[in-house]
Design a protein around this ligand. Structure first.
Ligand code: ATP
Ligand code: MG
Length: 275
C-alpha cells in the first residue's frame, strides 16, 4: 500500500535561484524502511520538510506537483491529524525544541496534548520514552539548558511518544556520541520491528546498510538512484559522486581490482562472513 506519493515535485525556496527539489516522482510504501543518502545540499532535508507539509506552509517558496499521504493531498489534511500521522525528527534539534516549556517532561508531553489522552496517560507515555531513549535523568531539566546531543534525544523522545505511523528522521545522530548513537539506533531498530513506515536520512552508511529495505540517492535536488539496499550500497561507483559506501563494499572493490572478485559485494559484516 502506498503511504506517501510525490508527483512531479519542483520546489524553490523564497528568493533562491536554484530549485532545491527537481522532478521528483516517488512513492513510499507502508511498513517499509527507506534510507536517503546524498551529499550536503542535495535536498534530503527539503524532501523531509515536504513530506511533513513544512514546504510550502512554513518555508513558503514556489512548489509545483503534489504530495499525498494515504491518498489524500497533504493540503487537505487536518493539521492536528497530520501531526499524529507523520512524526518528523529535525536535523537540527535547536529548531525542534519548543522552548516554551520548563522541563523535558513537559516538552515531551506537549506533542501529546491534542491526542485526547488523560494527564496520567500522557505522563506515563512520556516517562516510558524517556527511559527508552535514556534521558530519564534529565527529565526535570529546562530544555533550553541542554546540550545539542541531549536536545537531539529529547526531540526524538517527543516524536516517539506520539507513536505516529510514519517517521521521517533527518540525521538523528549528528550530535550524538557513540553511546547515544547506538541508543538511537536501537530505537530505530524497534521502529523497524514495529513495521512503521520510516524515512531515514543518515550519513552513517554502515548503520543504514543494516536497517534500510530500500535506498534513495539524492544529488542536486533530484533522486538519482533508487533500489534495494544491497544493490545500491554495493555499488562503489557512488563514491565518485561524493557518496560514502560501506567499508565492506570498498573491500569488495579492492578484491576485484586485485583479481579476486567476490561473488557478491558485501554491505554488512554479517553478509561478509556469508560470502
Ligand atoms: N531555508 C532555506 N532557504 C533557502 N534555501 C535553502 C533553505 N534550506 C535549504 N536551502 C537550500 O536548498 C538546497 C537543499 O538543501 P537541503 O538542506 O535540503 O540539503 P541536505 O541534503 O539536507 O544537506 P545536508 O546534508 O547538509 O543536511 C541547498 O542548496 C540549500 O542551500
Ligand atoms: Mg539536511
Amino acid at each position: 500500500m502506498k503511504s506517501i506519493v510525490l508527483k512531479d515535485i519542483r520546489y524553490k525556496y523564497p528568493l533562491a535561484k536554484e530549485y532545491a527539489l527537481k522532478d521528483i516522482n516517488v512513492a513510499f510504501e507502508t511498513n517499509k524502511f527507506y534510507g536517503i543518502i546524498g551529499p550536503n545540499g542535495s535536498g534530503k532535508s527539503s524532501l523531509c520538510s515536504l513530506i511533513k507539509g513544512l514546504i510550502p506552509d512554513f518555508y513558503l517558496g514556489d512548489l509545483e506537483g503534489t504530495v499525498e499521504i494515504d491518498d489524500i493531498p497533504i493540503g487537505q489534511w487536518d493539521k492536528n491529524k497530520l501531526c499524529t500521522k507523520v512524526g518528523y525528527i529535525f536535523q537540527n534539534p535547536f529548531t525542534q525544541i519548543s522552548g516554551i516549556r520548563d522541563s523535558v517532561l513537559e516538552e515531551i508531553v506537549l506533542g501529546l496534548e491534542n491526542q485526547g489522552l488523560s494527564k496520567d496517560e500522557m505522563i506515563e507515555r512520556a516517562l516510558h520514552v524517556a527511559r527508552l531513549i535514556d534521558i530519564y535523568d534529565i527529565i526535570d531539566k529546562n530544555p533550553n539548558e541542554l546540550s545539542g546531543g541531549q536536545r537531539q534525544r529529547v526531540a526524538f523522545a517527543s516524536i516517539l511518544a506520539m507513536d505516529t505511523d510514519i517517521y521521517v528522521i533527518d540525521e538523528p545522530t549528528s550530535q550524538l556520541d557513540p553511546e547515544g548513537t547506538e541508543n538511537v539506533f536501537k530505537i530505530i531498530r524497534s521502529l523497524k520491528e514495529q513495521k512503521k513506515t520510516v524515512i531515514l536520512v543518515e550519513h552513517k552508511i554502515d548503520l543504514m546498510a543494516e536497517y534500510a529495505d530500500e535506498i534513495l540517492v539524492m544529488s542536486g535536488g533530484q533522486i538519482i538512484r533508487r533500489g534495494p539496499t544491497q544493490d545500491i550500497l554495493s555499488d562503489y561507483r557512488l563514491m565518485g559522486q561524493k557518496i560514502a559506501v560501506p567499508q565492506t563494499a570498498v573491500f569488495g572493490r579492492d578484491m576485484k581490482n586485485a583479481g579476486k572478485p567476490l561473488s557478491e559485494i558485501p554491505i554488512t559484516m554479517e553478509l561478509q562472513s556469508a560470502v
